[in-house]
Write a protein that binds this ligand. Structure first.
Ligand code: SF4
Length: 461
């Protein structure tokens, strides 16, 4: 099924698309439903229950704060980074729901972490209940955050799989179909995506502008992240490294270093810069998730810096080609597997981002469709089995380094594919199927619960 580029790359608040962006959207939708049924002004009390992975890692992932933002009726774009909304709520004990009705609110008692209950539909479940002043229930709804910031209410979760497809000229369910359509219509993958987007959103020039806006936010996050030092929030005392790595690299240049692997150092710095901003709850672009949000910007900066572009226009076109191609690759994972760490482990986040970036870079560097498929396949093939085990539920360790490692792997996958003809034994479809099956067979402790793996052993050994 075709997923729109703007659904795949959307603006949100870090550190996690499934644990921050999704819950924020769900809480806002719950408030909107109260408002639309004229019940908002009668609300005296809101109670939230978080289940499964949201309960186990929600504090570290910023889920509770995100729910408060959603209850306030905020969208990610509305958040003012200079305002400490959470401090205001904690100090006043009041929450302004929907932006116009104050109720008493406590993070400690009004959000319950049901760590031992996992709802059958999905491990990222949350239930919201609104009561009036007499304790009567005004509205109760259960939502699931199903990955990449996408949510589904309990009655929609199965329909999500059979959701109504976009009415686009080029619909595809597999990479094989995508390749056939491109061949029949003499299209590159990015051109196919842009034509589909035009049929959904209208003018091509507006679409290009919106794609470049997303690319700019990604690149701004690199520049912001490279200037900040100190420690990341959450109590793990993880130091921010991007700035010191950047300063060290600058002094190496000053001493005329001739290290031939400097490009790797740059990619590391760029990925760290964005992933550290994400860990601090900055404004991010899901790529395809927040946990993996540092990878694609780093590979795009590599593309800009090391590509042979002759003008700013060529660079901009390369960015559009990169993101359009990457979004088609992500559509394949969303249709046939998952991009949720809670469902398939980190394969679905850093693994998918790596695959998207490898395909996007190959396209931007002039690779043909077969080479793009090859690059995307290589990148995922060497992320198979990647578990999700963030220490203390924070999107910091191993997530930040993992973005850098994934970015380097994506560049290497693209370089391998570009040196070949595109002929390959393992298809992208078969690797996506393998990734999904591997994810389903992973023990659930390794899927965003912080109960096993590095999360367990790094703190105990
Ligand atoms: S380990 Fe991977 S999937 Fe898990 S929170 Fe970190 S980046 Fe996301």
């Amino acid at each position: 099924m075709y997923y729109s580029l703007f659904e795949i790359f959307s603006i949100g608040i870090g550190p996690s698309s499934s644990h921050t962006v999704g819950p924020m959207k769900a809480a806002k939708r719950f408030i909107d439903n109260l408002q639309n049924s004229d019940k908002l002004q009668n609300v005296a009390h809101l109670k939230t229950h978080l289940y499964g992975s949201l309960a186990l890692t929600g504090i570290g992932h910023g889920t509770l704060n995100a729910i408060a933002y959603g209850f306030m009726g905020l969208n990610a774009e509305d958040i003012n980074p200079q305002t400490d909304y959470i401090k205001q709520i904690k100090e006043s004990g009041k929450l302004n729901i929907g932006g116009n009705h104050n109720i008493a609110f406590s993070f400690d008692t009004d959000i319950v972490l049901e760590k031992h209950i996992c709802l059958t539909e999905h491990s990222n479940g949350m239930k919201f209940t609104a009561f009036d002043s007499k304790g009567n229930i005004l509205l109760e709804e259960t939502y699931f955050s199903v990955g990449g910031g996408t949510i589904a209410r309990q009655d929609e979760i199965h329909a999500r799989i059979d959701r109504k497809p976009y009415d686009v000229p080029y619909q595809f369910n597999s990479c094989h179909e995508l390749m056939q359509i491109c061949k029949q219509n003499k299209l590159t993958i990015s051109e196919l995506v842009l034509q589909n987007e035009k049929s959904i959103w209208g003018r091509r020039s507006t679409i290009s502008k919106q794609i470049l806006k997303l690319a700019n936010i990604m690149q701004e996050n690199i520049d912001i992240g490279m200037q900040k030092d100190g420690y990341l929030p959450g109590g793990l005392k993880v130091k921010r490294h991007a700035k010191e790595m950047y300063d060290r690299l600058q002094s190496r240049f000053a001493s005329n270093s001739t290290d031939s692997l400097t490009a790797i150092d740059w990619i590391n710095i760029w990925a760290f810069a964005v992933a550290e901003e994400n860990a601090c709850g900055g404004r991010m672009v899901t790529a395809p998730t927040m946990g993996s949000a540092g990878l694609i910007p780093a590979v795009m900066r590599y593309m800009e810096r090391y590509g042979k572009f002759l003008s700013e226009t060529e660079k901009k076109n390369a960015s559009i080609t990169f993101l359009a191609t990457a979004s088609a690759i992500c559509s394949l994972y969303r249709t046939n597997a998952s991009i949720s760490g809670a469902e398939v482990g980190c394969q679905g986040e850093v693994g998918v981002a790596c695959s998207m970036a490898a395909g996007g870079l190959t396209a931007a560097f002039g690779g043909n469709n077969a080479q793009i498929e090859n690059a995307a396949e290589i990148a995922m093939e060497h992320n198979l089995g990647l578990t999700c085990d963030p220490i203390n539920g924070l999107v910091q360790v191993p997530c930040i380094e993992r973005n850098a490692m994934g970015a380097i792997k994506a560049v290497n996958a693209a370089r391998l594919a570009l040196q070949r003809t595109g002929t390959h034994i393992v298809s992208l479809d078969s690797i996506i199927k393998t990734m999904y099956e591997t994810g389903l067979s992973l023990n659930s402790d390794y899927k965003e619960t912080s109960l096993a793996g590095i999360a367990k052993n790094a703190m105990n050994c």
